[in-house]
Design a protein around this ligand. Structure first.
Ligand code: HEC
Ligand code: HEC
Ligand code: HEC
Ligand code: HEC
Ligand code: HEC
Length: 230
């Protein structure tokens, strides 16, 4: 019987095992790479006070401009979150009847009046967050270059609760920096997400118009490490 299997076969199990280990090693490396936060945070949607601020109602249905609340996006690196007083301007007890006097509406917006009355801020959970070793992300540079919010946040005006639409990985930044043309829009469209969403259905036209805007604006999106890292 022993002649049926040649002697060298004895080394086969270790070989197979070695193969299995390196395959497993690759799989682990792959998972480790692709499962870094940069990848699995797409879709990240933390619990929010009051069930979440509804952009679909405010920016979508009511058509409010992003800058009504995120008033610094054009002038500073950070896109600010509005204070309670901005909400209270519409959701004070006195305005309830004007907007929606249903009990449900009153109940859903009560946390705003409570926060205002007690002079406390609403603790919104941060959704988009770059690691600390990345320099302050400059919103104003992007917005003024004509990159629409939709390119990086998806159509927020369709989101009842904000979630992360893009990976925010370094590769994602660089993909656009190497060829930003197709993401450039006329400046008055930057916050018009439904307009840009419609235009994006014709990528060739977006690319063509973007190429002209690229030249006109003298765009220079950096690829050197120091632009984004300390
Ligand atoms: C009426 C005020 C208001 C308007 C108008 C508004 N937002 Fe917001 N936005 C908020 C508040 C409050 C939050 C914080 C709560 C949250 O993240 O869900 C927020 C959160 C966000 C976030 C996520 C912030 C984070 O933590 O990462 C993005 C992105 C955003 N808004 C983009 C937009 C865009 C784009 C528009 C225009 C289409 C817009 N917003 C219009 C009030 C507003
Ligand atoms: C310009 C006026 C205006 C501002 C500013 C505003 N809202 Fe509203 N909000 C409305 C109106 C109008 C409705 C009712 C829409 C409806 O019934 O269809 C509403 C509805 C709501 C609701 C009820 C949502 C639901 O599911 O029915 C919540 C909660 C709310 N707003 C929170 C906020 C918060 C938080 C802020 C500040 C970040 C804010 N609003 C700023 C006008 C405003
Ligand atoms: C080129 C991509 C890009 C564009 C365009 C862009 N954002 Fe952002 N946004 C980001 C990134 C990246 C972050 C996270 C920044 C960080 O962690 O420092 C962010 C964060 C935010 C936040 C959270 C800020 C905070 O402090 O909690 C808000 C609000 C926001 N963006 C709103 C907007 C609005 C409104 C527009 C359009 C007017 C816009 N963004 C356009 C990439 C972009
Ligand atoms: C959808 C396209 C797009 C994405 C995605 C994008 N950028 Fe940019 N970025 C641009 C463009 C276009 C410019 C050039 C602005 C100019 O020429 O004025 C720019 C410029 C910059 C600048 C230079 C600003 C200045 O003052 O000159 C920095 C820093 C930067 N981006 C960081 C980032 C980081 C970090 C990310 C990823 C988290 C990112 N960008 C993602 C399009 C993009
Ligand atoms: C346009 C902006 C941008 C430029 C240019 C850039 N980076 Fe990054 N880098 C990022 C962002 C955003 C992250 C965080 C997200 C991530 O880990 O992918 C990052 C992450 C990293 C990390 C950590 C990766 C990890 O997975 O932990 C290293 C290392 C790095 N960058 C090195 C570099 C080097 C070296 C260069 C120059 C060749 C460079 N970066 C240029 C934006 C940039």
């Amino acid at each position: 019987m022993s002649t049926i299997f040649p002697k060298w076969i004895n080394t086969l199990p270790p070989l197979l095992l070695g193969g299995a280990v390196s395959t497993a090693g690759l799989a682990v490396a792959g998972v480790w790479y692709y499962a870094t936060p940069a990848f699995w945070e797409v879709g990240y949607m933390p619990d929010q006070p009051g069930g979440g601020f509804n952009h679909q109602i405010h920016a979508g249905k009511l058509g409010m401009d992003c800058r009504y609340c995120h008033s610094h996006v054009e002038t500073s690196a950070e896109a600010n979150i509005p204070p309670v007083s901005t909400c209270y301007g519409c959701h004070s007890a006195g305005k309830l009847a004007k907007y929606n006097e249903s009990d449900l509406h009153k109940q859903k917006t009560e946390f705003i009046r409570t926060a205002y009355a007690t002079d406390t801020s609403i603790e919104w959970a941060r959704v988009h967050k770059l690691p600390d070793y990345v320099r302050n992300f400059p919103h104003h540079a992007h917005v003024n270059a004509g990159v629409s919010c939709i390119s990086c946040h998806g159509n927020i005006a369709r989101q009842p609760v904000v979630w992360q639409h893009e990976s925010l990985s370094m590769a994602w930044c660089l993909d656009c920096h190497r060829a930003p043309d197709k993401n450039l829009v006329p400046k008055d469209e930057v916050t018009q997400l439904f307009v840009v969403e419609q235009e994006m259905t014709d990528p060739a036209a977006m690319q063509k118009r973007g190429a002209d805007l690229y030249k006109e604006r003298g765009i220079a999106s950096p690829e050197n490490c120091g632009a984004c890292h300390y």
